[in-house]
Design a protein around this ligand. Structure first.
Ligand SMILES: [Zn+2]
Length: 511
């Protein structure tokens, strides 16, 4: 996606003292510079508007008046003035065509090269002499939202949950975002329902969740996660998110490192609709040499997970393994009125074949995780990813102890992997030992969390993955932020915490 998160623009504008904010999408990013525009092609016409929340959900997502606790009937609510995720300046999205008129009327210095877009204006940055009269009338009612969940009760371990989620609310028609994902989930629900009718039951419980109000600060999933926090901390095996399932044909996944192998093995079993080869084959080809993170197989590529969708609460507050996946493509109408059925059937996924492939990927993944005797969470690959990532970050303080802890974590992962890779060893285990091993595999990701959270964002507990003040992944968040601020004492303290978490997680696996 060629965009930063709008909320970061609002946050920056507010901090810089702006009175209001007009946001437009420049054709350089998603319009005629990229190719044919709607209705002749997939890119955005100069008249499209990218709607979207500007709340500061990178500080804390969900209902801004109930940060950290569930927004249910009768819940305690903050006064709005105390809600840190609510912007305090006006903001409205406009068309590039209208932005052009304002830009044309600006004087002052010309913007630096990489700020300039593709409109036929000189991109001067003002101030003035043009003046804008901005008057917004935005109703702010308290509204009820509805999450819908469906569950297939597990036969042997019904308390343990494999959770699949997609959101239902859209800015306009939401052809891609999220209706492609919603259609995929409904088809998958139908297929799983058929299996259940035929007598099939998974070992563990599978829950399908249809979230409301994702577009408003990830609210449906966040509040549900907060409401069921204790149960999820104990029993959530993994959260598998599909937001937009399809805007093209390139598979892409971001995940917690322990899910990389499950992703790779699953997409190896599903055919790419266009070529008939496995999705993994096509995916590896496209990614070769892209500065990517080598994971389970050493060849595949699963990028570290950030935010921007409903997995956030399950990864960052619950501390469970989480992933987010999509089929990507040329897509310039995001959150606009042109993201519709016509767009999808002409450009995004004619024949809806990739949506179907996603239902297969998602379903197989869920069935594996719900059926496996030993959970398919690979901490050896995770350790390898962490080791590699530690080599990529800037260092302000010595990271020897963190590196040693990461090695220890990897080693513990390797010894578990030795069992996971050998069905005969698993068969010889007693039911109690198997249950203990599965418990450890779930707890190992939780152990990478700090109950106090990040220094400036206590809601975010995970010490390996968080988001920047956008959707982008931020690795080793507390540490990286301290390093970027040149804060030696902070970086030392965060490095110690990270090393401690890795050791704790390794101990959990060894047990
Ligand atoms: Zn979405």
């Amino acid at each position: 996606m060629p965009y930063s998160y709008r909320g970061f623009k609002a946050y920056t504008a507010e901090k810089m003292g702006a009175a209001g904010l007009l946001i437009y999408s420049d054709p350089k990013d998603d319009g005629f510079v990229k190719g044919e525009v709607f209705p002749d092609g997939p890119w955005g016409p100069v008249g499209h508007i990218q709607r979207g929340a500007i709340t500061y959900d990178f500080l804390v997502p969900g209902d801004p008046l109930t940060p950290g606790w569930a927004s249910v009937e009768g819940a305690r609510r903050l006064p709005e003035a105390d809600a840190i995720s609510v912007p305090h300046i006006m903001s409205v999205p406009i068309k590039a065509r209208d932005a052009r008129e304002i830009l044309r009327a600006l004087q002052g210095p010309v913007a630096p090269e990489d700020w300039r877009g593709a409109l036929d204006v000189p991109y001067r940055i003002g101030p003035g002499p043009a003046r804008v009269h901005l008057k917004l009338d935005v109703p702010r009612p308290m509204t009820k939202i509805v999450d819908v969940t469906a569950r297939i009760r597990g036969r042997e371990e019904p308390d343990d949950i494999v959770l699949l989620g997609n959101h239902r609310d859209a800015w306009v028609f939401g052809g891609v975002d999220p209706s492609s994902g919603t259609a995929t989930m409904l088809e998958l629900a139908r297929a799983l329902g058929r299996l259940v009718q035929d007598g099939w039951r998974p070992r563990r419980t599978i829950v399908l969740a249809d979230w409301d109000a994702e577009e408003f600060a990830l609210t449906g999933s966040t509040e549900w996660g907060e409401q069921h926090l204790e149960e999820l901390r104990q029993h959530l095996v993994a959260y598998l998110n599909v937001d937009s399932s399809t805007s093209g044909s390139s598979f892409s996944a971001t995940a917690s490192g322990c899910l990389a192998r499950l992703i790779e093995e699953t997409i190896d079993d599903v055919a790419d609709p266009a070529t008939g080869r496995s999705i993994r084959d096509v995916w590896k080809k496209g990614r070769r040499g892209g500065g990517a993170t080598a994971l389970a197989s050493g060849a595949g590529v699963v990028a570290p997970i950030g935010s921007g969708s409903d997995h956030t609460v399950f990864l960052n507050l619950v501390g469970a393994p989480a992933l987010d996946m999509t089929f990507d493509g040329d897509y310039g109408v995001y959150h606009s009125a042109y993201d519709d059925y016509y767009w999808m059937t002409h450009f995004g996924d004619p024949g809806l074949r990739y949506m179907t492939a996603m239902a297969e990927v998602w379903g197989r993944m869920a069935m594996r995780a719900a059926a496996a005797d030993v959970l398919p969470l690979d901490y050896q690959a995770y350790g390898r990813q962490i080791g590699w990532l530690l080599g990529q970050i800037d260092t302000l303080v010595p990271l020897g102890e963190v590196r040693r802890a990461a090695k220890d974590f990897s080693k513990a992962g390797r010894s578990v992997r030795k069992i996971q890779g050998h069905p005969s060893r698993i068969e010889r285990m007693s039911a109690e030992d198997r249950a203990r091993l599965n418990q450890a595999l779930m707890s190992a990701e939780r152990a990478l969390c700090d109950p106090n959270g990040l220094p400036d964002r206590p809601w975010f507990k995970h010490l390996v993955y968080a988001c920047r003040y956008t959707y982008a992944a931020l690795l080793f968040p507390g540490l990286t932020e301290a390093v970027e601020q040149g804060n030696v004492a902070g970086a030392t303290q965060r490095a110690d915490l990270l090393a401690g978490a890795l050791r704790r997680s390794a101990r959990t696996l060894r047990r």
